[in-house]
Design a protein around this ligand. Sequence first.
Ligand code: HEC
Length: 163
Amino acid sequence: MAQTRTRKIVKYTLIGLAVALLAIQFFHPAKNVNTVASPQDIAALYSVPDSIHLVLDKACMDCHSNNTRYPWYNNIQPVAWWLNDHISEGKRELNFSEFGTRPPEKQARKLKKLAKEVQEGGMPLSSYTWIHKDAILTEREKSMLINWANSLSEQISSQTKSN
Ligand code: HEC
């Protein structure tokens, strides 16, 4: 008796979950894709050497710019929500496409933070490098990024002081 009841509960719970999983496939967050170049892009305002741009592109831009290259599994829910969370949170903290909209002091501080995150291995997120193996930064790429971010940060700070 008790066993059939448990079985029924398990059965209907599974059916309920399957229905919910199917239903959420119809809801997708808007994609983070923009075709218009932003005049506030970091590369439009400051010097970003190609070697740096390459590293940022492969390891950071998916979550820190207005353009994400979506993987196929973004078509599956709730994965799309999870990715979308990372992207909106990442963009809120640092958006290279709209870098110039922040006050210079803030830009300088973010670049210092960037150097620190890369130094400590906090960025890119490990959930990202788990799949995007090419985003695992080599020691050389790390030091390139760190040097660039620190010197740009100092350049911006000294410009604001002289104004
Ligand atoms: C998978 C998405 C993702 C990728 C890829 C990624 N980030 Fe982030 N980043 C985030 C999220 C989410 C946050 C905000 C939460 C946090 O700080 O952990 C963030 C925060 C930051 C911050 C702000 C930290 C602070 O406290 O102000 C910096 C700087 C940063 N990331 C730099 C980078 C750099 C540089 C790369 C590439 C080497 C990178 N991120 C790659 C998602 C990402």
